[in-house]
Design a protein. Structure first.
Lengths: 445, 294, 333
């Protein structure tokens, strides 16, 4: 830990605002009703395997991910299935979902709910991957990519390192931080489980230096695991972006359009490692997650262990209720999170935080002319030219956008964050990505 | 001094004359023989070079017309902005039949105005539908609603679309619309449809003013004038011309079957059917609750 | 729970950086230069700076309000920067009305005619200076003795030339530099600024203080001034090594004339310089090289203005050719 590692180009340092770093994870009681989306992950939505009127327990399979890239969905509560139709997703669209009326809190018998730590790992690699799929485990950092898919290394690809993301570079969010502090051993055993599943000799964990207590305790406990190394990383956004994390720790660059697999590694979040521990060691599928509920005017902000499918309004109520000045509610962090149009949207496997911004924080300032200050160019961690991509998107020059690598954008938001002219750079770049994808699909088929 | 003037005048004049000769020779040598008819037909066209016909500008269409006339048939070519009058003149010029294509215009199929579909949230960001559409469901919660950010108005090359400040919705000005289709392409929610202008001088036409495919109850939650898929219009029309079909909770009036009788308009419980004329009063006005589901 | 929520695309956070904070930051960075010019040239320097700044702001306001019918944005401070730089680029002997004309040209022609802030291809202050050099050659080349008649509003006593002027004269006469050595100021004088010259070009120290402030505020990147001055030193240094009697040493060239002010404040102008780091380096090297060539072989004693303006013209080409290195895609071409 002598040298502080970081990624070499671009990046910004927004105010951290980690108000909830010291508040221990509280268990949030299930609400009266949950709406569990069948498509909480990247890929095809799961297909419902329950019907209206069915009785379910915590951990009962309710949706089956049948496509190659898909994930199972389990009931997070016990009760009766009220409807199998649709519920609001974070963008306000109605998507297939299972709505369950909560009755009591009965768990499936196979689940080991005792607090004892199970250290011994007896599951063979292939079975681990299968059970990760069965448990519906997806990337818990926000992208929600089905984890088992990452572990099916294609023929001819060599993987040598498992990279575990404990960076949590988004401002405000402290869920992963608390996880590492309070569930250190579970996370480390989870990392060990994942490492065995991947059949590699080395697992590295990256943690930003603003979480020195987490680095300390993780390093100390990791001494018992000869294959696990813990690295402290410079506080710089987007340190926790997959490509930047790999570059920082391993000094390998994942080119645009390529995957970490192509440079010999797989990246998972610490939350994913914990979920893997729960499934493999405790038979507990992914039914809840830690969510940071925070905001400058929230009275009882904190980190909550929330059942999947819980409406945002319930979690906000538990954190002290909706303050009067709130103007924007964000699923995730302020840099990459989605502003939700409605408080009835529910917590999904990828919801790392619920952030409430007041009017002043939420308001976008007036856009003025670009002064070519080149801050966006130097802030871009991918080496793109956001000012140019914005201009091309405004003129609807999609071919040129493609030529200037718009698809390589990781949507970290550093360009829009830094722009002194308040230009909506990322909005236009995202539009460019959509249009270039459309264009490519059209010319391919 | 005078000498200087004379010499400069002479030398400059000489250079100019030299260039003139060279230019003349070049222009004669490389002269492109153009069919004189192309120029004459171009004169007949509106001259706005809109491209709606599918050719690069009016001279492009003129060239295509001349080529087609040599083949003996120009009926597949039309000038959307010029319409029938222009094509009639072109036909007379060549002494050939012109296409009997229906005169059409763009029709907006959404009634999600400020009043009918009130805003449930506030959108902040670039004022373009394309971005708002890829971001989320929209201000009124209807995934098929107009986003009211005027991409169509910007896209229209004829200023035939104007945003109405009171409703928030775009309005097509029939006199200016050439049905070039720019709005159809520009609208990310596919709310514009090119439809025939309708019967008679008064251009009688009827259409479903909605694209929402959600179940009626949900559609109504976001918008009071949504098509709720109750099929009343289908039943009324089935007795006359079977021009209305129902798919995914959404009715559609086939303009080529529709006889613009207007009988479907008053039966719609949500006023989701619009007409350019005053429709007849229904014979037996039945009282029914608005959100009857099919 | 009935608040109307705002929905917008990510990110939902914005840095404090604004165009205003950048431009007023540059104004603050120019204050040491202003102070030295006031100290060396007295009341007239203060008046000159105030006049050009005011003229630039008023011109921009009038053009935006009445010609372009835009909402005036003069409060962003960019016109003040142009005004101050224009004054710092000329001799204190220039009459006020000429300063006003120069300001109008700088803002109305070089900036607003191209579309206003962010769209001008050439540095407005330098266009103003270039315009004044050709229009008012007499006053533009009249240099005032430093630290004399500080309170006078007129120009009493003019000296022959600036340090660069002496050298150019010597070179024109084909005499060795030693013949003018007595006229040349010492390095410490050139560093501190008690010499004749344009109002803001005299003190290297003042420019460095302002430059350090801009580096601290991240308003400029270090590459531009360092490469500019480095190339200038290297270019002039080669000839100095070959024949020290005919050519001045590189340190003299770095400290003399507008090199310091140009490298720190003009070549770093955001709008008229390239976007990528490599582009900035190429741009700065070009500026240094052209400055050296003009100073050593050109008809003018000073070349910074034209060097930067020339390189301004190449910015679109540089931007096109020198792009940032894409992550994961080899080394930039």
């Amino acid at each position: 830990m002598a040298v502080v590692k970081t990624f070499p180009m671009g990046g910004v340092h927004p105010p951290e605002n980690k108000f909830t770093a010291d508040s221990a994870i509280q268990i949030l009681d299930p609400p009266d009703e949950v709406a569990i989306l069948l498509g909480q992950h990247i890929g095809a939505p799961a297909e419902a395997v329950v019907q209206k009127g069915d009785t379910v327990k915590v951990g009962t399979l309710i949706g089956e991910g049948k496509a190659f890239i898909s994930a199972n969905v389990h009931s997070s509560v016990s009760g009766t299935v009220k409807r199998v139709d649709e519920a609001l997703d974070a963008a306000g669209f109605r998507k297939p979902a299972v709505v369950i009326s909560v009755e009591g809190d009965e768990w499936e018998e196979r689940i080991d709910r005792s607090p004892e730590l199970v250290t011994e790992i007896n599951t063979p690699a292939e079975e681990i991957v299968q059970r990760i799929k069965a448990a519906g485990i997806v990337g818990m950092g926000g992208a929600a990519f089905p984890t088992n898919v990452k572990y099916m290394v294609p023929e001819g690809k060599q993987v040598d390192t498992l990279v575990i993301n404990g960076v949590e570079c988004e401002p405000y969010l402290t869920a992963d931080h608390r996880l590492m502090l309070e569930h250190t051993d579970e996370v480390l055993i989870g990392v060990e489980v994942l490492r065995r599943a991947l059949q590699v000799e080395r697992a590295v964990i990256g943690i930003e230096l603003n979480k020195s207590d987490a680095i300390e305790i993780m390093s100390k406990h990791a001494e018992r695991f000869p294959h696990i190394e813990v690295y402290g990383l410079k506080v710089q956004y987007p340190q926790g972006a997959e490509k930047q994390l790999i570059k920082a720790i391993l000094d390998r660059e994942v080119p645009g359009g390529k995957l970490p697999l192509d440079v010999g590694c797989v990246v998972n979040n610490v939350g994913t490692a914990l979920a893997a521990y729960h499934e493999i060691q405790k038979n507990r599928p992914l039914i809840d997650r830690v969510v940071t509920v925070t905001g400058s005017s929230l009275s009882k902000r904190g980190n909550f262990q929330v059942r999947i499918g819980t409406p945002f309004s319930h979690a906000i109520e538990a954190a002290g209720g909706m303050p009067g000045d709130v103007a924007k509610v964000i699923a995730g962090g302020p840099m990459m999170g989605k502003a939700v149009p409605d408080l009835n949207v529910s917590v999904t496997k990828g919801t790392s935080g619920i952030l409430l911004l007041n009017k002043r924080e939420a308001q976008r300032e007036e856009t003025v002319a670009c002064i070519r200050c080149s801050k966006c160019v130097s802030a871009c961690p991918i080496g793109l030219e956001p000012y140019l991509l914005e201009k091309l998107a405004r003129m609807e020059y999609w071919e040129q956008s493609d030529e200037h690598d718009v698809l390589d954008c990781i949507e970290c938001g550093s360009c829009s964050y830094i722009c002194p002219s308040n230009r909506p750079l990322l909005d236009y770049i995202k539009l460019g990505k959509v249009k270039v994808h459309e264009m490519r699909r059209a010319s391919a088929g | 001094m005078t000498e200087l003037l004379i010499y400069s005048a002479l030398s400059l004049g000489g250079v100019a004359a030299g260039f003139a000769v060279v230019l003349y020779i070049i222009s004669q040598r490389f002269k492109v023989e153009e069919d004189p008819r192309i120029g004459e037909v171009t004169e007949l066209l509106p001259g706005i070079n809109c491209g709606a016909c599918g050719y690069p500008g009016c001279s492009g269409l003129a060239e295509a017309l001349v080529d087609a006339a040599d083949e003996g048939d120009i009926s597949h070519l039309t000038c959307p902005p010029g319409g029938a009058d222009t094509m009639k003149q072109v036909g007379r010029y060549f002494g050939l039949e012109v296409g009997s294509k229906h005169k059409t215009l763009a029709v907006l199929r959404c009634g999600g105005s400020f009043a009918a579909a009130p805003a449930k949230n506030e959108y902040q960001g670039p004022e373009t539908c394309a971005i708002a559409h890829s971001l989320y469901v929209g201000v009124n919660g209807c995934p098929h609603s107009c986003l009211r950010l005027a991409d169509c108005e910007v896209a229209c090359p004829f200023d035939a679309i104007e945003m109405n400040d009171e409703t928030g919705l775009p309005e097509v000005i029939p006199e200016l619309c050439t049905s070039c289709g720019a709005c159809v392409k520009a609208c990310p929610r596919d709310l514009f449809e090119i439809r025939p202008r309708g019967k008679g001088k008064a251009e009688r036409r009827v259409w479903i003013n909605c694209r929402n495919k959600q179940p009626g109850g949900i559609a109504r939650k976001n918008c009071s004038v949504a098509c709720i898929g109750c099929s009343k219009c289908v039943r009324v029309c089935n007795e006359i011309v079977q021009a209305i079909s129902m798919e995914d909770n959404l009715a559609y009036i086939d303009p080529y079957k529709c006889i613009s009788c207007g009988k479907c308009v008053p039966v719609c419980p949500t006023k989701a059917i619009l007409a350019t004329f005053t429709p007849p009063k229904p014979k037996e006005p039945k009282k029914e609750t608005a959100d009857t589901q099919a | 729970m009935s608040q109307t929520l705002i929905v917008s695309g990510s990110p939902h956070a914005k840095s404090d950086l604004t165009v205003r904070s950048i431009m007023w930051g540059v104004v603050i960075a120019l204050l040491p230069v202003f102070a030295v010019s006031a100290y060396v040239f007295g009341v007239r320097a203060i008046i000159a700076v105030l006049v050009t700044s005011a003229a630039c702001v008023v011109t921009e306001y009038i053009v935006q309000r009445f010609f372009l019918k835009q909402k005036p944005t003069v409060d962003d401070g960019s016109a003040v920067v142009t005004g101050m730089l224009l004054a710092f680029n000329v001799s204190v002997a220039v009459p006020l009305w000429q300063l006003v004309v120069g300001s109008i040209v700088a803002i109305a022609v070089a900036k607003m005619a191209f579309g206003g802030i962010g769209t001008n291809p050439f540095n407005p202050a330098l266009i103003g200076r270039a315009f004044m050099t050709v229009s008012f050659p007499v006053h533009m080349n009249t240099w005032v003795v430093p630290r004399e008649s500080l309170l006078s509003l007129g120009v009493d006593r003019a000296t022959g030339a600036t340090p660069l002027g002496y050298i150019a004269d010597a070179a024109a006469r084909g005499e060795p530099l030693s013949t003018v050595a007595a006229e040349l100021p010492g390095y410490s004088q050139m560093f501190l600024g008690t010499i004749g010259g344009s109002m803001g070009e005299i003190s290297a120290l003042a420019v460095l203080i302002g430059g350090a402030y801009m580096l601290y505020r991240k308003l400029i990147s270090w590459e531009t001034p360092v490469v500019f001055l480095g190339t200038l030193a290297a270019g002039t240094g080669i000839f100095w090594i070959i024949d020290p009697t005919a050519y001045a040493d590189p340190l003299f060239h770095v400290l003399a004339g507008g090199a310091m002010l140009g490298a720190w404040f003009m070549a770093t102008d955001m709008t008229t310089s390239p976007m990528s780091r490599n582009g900035k380096i190429v741009f700065a090297a070009g500026c240094g090289l052209i400055t050296a060539v003009i100073r050593l072989f050109g008809g003018f004693p000073e070349g910074v203005t034209y060097a930067i303006l020339l390189m301004n013209a190449f910015v679109p080409l540089i931007d096109n050719k020198f792009r940032p290195r894409r992550f994961g895609k080899g080394v930039a071409s």
